[in-house]
Design a protein around this ligand. Structure first.
Ligand code: SF4
Ligand code: SF4
Length: 294
């Protein structure tokens, strides 16, 4: 069984697995003594949907958001690129204020979940993964001593997690599948890892790539789809997930142009021939100089 733990904040706790119907006792509100304590030690992994919501909230381009608010890290041993929210030197989230979260309505998935953690597990012979949850009980968090009780399902609805999960699911499947496939998929080439980064987090750059002449020559996509991808970030993000499943696992859902590979080889051939000729003439020149000196 393979699994992915998605711990929202730094924690040494050993998680205890909970199902959707399990009841938890917890409440977080502005009057609580520990208000903001969790945001002052924030270790947040961002999903592509988190990035879209946050950059739109801040009115920033995806490139500027990535530069100013995120730090890269590797999600697995093959260097699959992930991003974390940047913090200040003390570990505090850059969006925390005395009044609370300044991006509250668009805060990331992990913030919505806390103090719940989410765990996607794929039993060996199953077709799809299963969601499990665990409760993180840290000393600084006093919400566990409040009276409010609700099921995990109710908690997810109240905190707007259901929508976020819907948008994150397919992308998280890529990470889970890559992890569970292990060496059978192997280390993707550097260009595929770069494509994954762009298709996951940098929507503006990915859009330019998808709308380019070269992309159109390679993939056979109808004009109405291009019109949607040109305007809508979420649709573009979902398209990126399909493309990456095709690139990493060969799941063919994005139609390719007929003979696209052969045409690319044909186009490149001229360049390769020119490079080879240039290399031969450079070598000849070098030899001529050598013999002249001798
Ligand atoms: S984004 Fe908001 S909720 Fe999340 S850690 Fe930062 S301040 Fe806290
Ligand atoms: S109750 Fe927990 S989640 Fe709420 S502010 Fe306090 S530490 Fe953060």
């Amino acid at each position: 069984m393979s699994e992915k733990f998605d711990l929202p904040h730094q924690s040494d706790m050993v998680p205890q697995k909970l199902e959707l119907g399990a009841e938890i006792q917890f409440s977080c509100h502005k009057g609580i003594s520990c208000f903001n304590a969790c945001c002052k030690q924030a270790d947040l992994t961002l999903t592509p949907y988190d990035v879209i919501r946050l950059k739109d909230h801040l009115g920033m381009s995806s490139a500027d958001f990535l530069k100013e608010h995120t730090a890269p890290y590797q999600m697995d041993q093959d260097g699959l690129p992930g991003i974390k929210m940047r913090t200040d030197d003390s570990g505090a989230c850059l969006f925390v204020t005395d009044e609370g979260c300044s991006v509250y309505e668009n805060r990331p998935t992990a913030c919505r979940y806390y103090p719940l953690g989410h765990m996607a597990m794929k039993p060996k012979d199953a077709n799809s993964d299963e969601a499990h949850y665990f409760l993180i009980s840290e000393d600084h968090c006093k919400g566990h001593f409040e009276d409010k009780k609700q099921t995990i399902n109710e908690y997810r609805k109240e905190l707007g997690i259901v929508d976020y999960d819907g948008y994150n699911k397919e992308w998280l499947q890529i990470i889970l599948k890559k992890k569970s496939a292990g060496p059978t998929v192997g280390r993707p080439p550097e260009s595929s890892l770069q494509l994954f980064f762009m298709a996951s987090y940098d929507m503006d750059r990915f859009r330019r790539f998808v709308m380019s002449e070269q992309f159109r020559k390679t993939y056979n996509i109808d004009e109405s789809t291009y019109e949607i991808l040109e305007k809508e970030d979420v649709a573009l993000m979902q398209f990126g997930v399909r493309l990456m499943k095709q690139v990493f696992f060969g799941e063919r859902t994005v139609a390719e142009q007929k003979d696209a590979w052969e045409k690319r080889v044909e186009e490149r051939k001229e360049v390769w021939d020119m490079r080879r000729d240039a290399e031969i003439s450079r070598k000849q020149k070098e030899d001529d100089e050598k013999y002249k000196d001798a």
